[in-house]
Write a protein that binds this ligand. Sequence first.
Ligand code: DGL
Length: 272
Amino acid sequence: MNRQPIGVFDSGIGGLSVLQALQAALPLEHFVYLDDSLHAPYGERDDAHVVDRSRAITAYLRQTHGIKALVIACNTATMAAVALLRAEHPDLPIVGVEPGLKPAAAASHTKRVGVIGTRGTVTSAKFNALRLGLQEQAEFIVQPCDGLADAISRSVETQDDLKVIALCAEYTCAMGRFGLNSGDIDTLVLGCTHYVFAQAHLARLVGPQVRILSTGEPVARRTQFLLEQAGALNRTGPGRVALITTGDPAVLQAAARRWLGFATDDAVRWVV
Ligand code: DGL
């Protein structure tokens, strides 16, 4: 059991940002990363599609790879499917990612927090309940970013970030003023795992004084805690990573090389 891999999935390459944090926290663990690019973007599809894909991927990772835990490295899928997956797999530790509104509200001095995410995430009932619960603590300026996750994925193929930069500029501009003065947004929450790979562009646009929060590290800590509790940590490394995609293996491979420094030429396979 302890040597079984941890399953990690996303609609595409964004979850690699979570995998990076998981590997840093749990270097002895084996991981199977599943990129569902053929069925992406999740954030602009209906809930039923995201729920169907999340169920099919979880079943595949359990049956074919015998995973001992699942990390949903996608905010959109977490919002739509985490409760259902937990109900259907009560014996499997499942960790989801959601936009870090709470730490952002606590960190913000101006009490104006920007949140960017997919349309699916920011219009979900779960996200809006989270936001409502914190409305006394900060004002949230929420911006759906249609096309941004897709543009980030495409930039791997084209090696050209121009579209990513243009969309980041358009969406941050629409949110109002960023800075440290009263009335400014001083904290920006990345509510989509893809956006971590555009963080450098976002930081240039909003200015160096604005804090940008992502959720890879807290997710890794939570995963570690659940495995520790279950006595399921792997004590004998080194950990390995298998990369699997429903889309183009070359894209996932290139993304893993570009952002994670992987040498993964033979690690990517198709899945039905
Ligand atoms: N990476 C996903 C998330 O965190 C979404 C990307 C998509 O729209 O497919 O929400």
